[in-house]
Ligand binder design. Sequence first.
Ligand SMILES: [Zn+2]
Length: 225
Amino acid sequence: MFVVGRYVAAMFFRSRVFVDSLVEPFFPTTCVRCGGEGGSPCASCREDFTPAHPVGDLPGLDAVVGLVAYDDVSRPFVADLKYRGKWATARAFAPALAFLLEDCVGNEGPLPVLTWAPTTPQRARQRGFDQAEVIAREVGRHSGRPVRNLLNRCPGEHQTGRSRRERASGISFLPRGSTGGLVVVFDDVVTTGATLRAAARALRSGGASAVVGVALAATPRPSNA
Ligand SMILES: [Zn+2]
């Protein structure tokens, strides 16, 4: 009896772990910011967000938009995505990001291709995911737009062929293959804009005729650093 009881308890524990691991990423009930029930972000935290769009002009980009201001309200959600790879967080924001994207690029003309500004390979390996890719994939899934991996991030020490500004920022990308038309590049946060500028430069050298940057969170006015 004791053995059976322990067996059942173990089964129960295993199935609970399984169910939690399956359900929790898709239907989080606890808000990462306030601990309240009803999703992350919960309804009351959603009301606290400050809209961040439009972000401002960045060289090489036709438009840059952010969904929310990068502040004390949005920071816990960005961190949840960035350090814990919460697809649910990206999924929660995907409808709003898709709406922002429609607003920015419109419904006419050729379909834009969605891509992302990849994090460093070391960081992606350590964390097991790339938060900018998670955002792009979720928005693509929600909007039915194609998502392609169009950029390789250059290792920090590789300086050849980079502009002075890129060497100063330490961020540069190389295009993977070529694509014409409009490319929308996603990132989690835009602060200085150095990442999006470097991404836009590589995308244009790969054939993109227009580049739009979309970030989940943005500082209201990126400096020119
Ligand atoms: Zn909340």
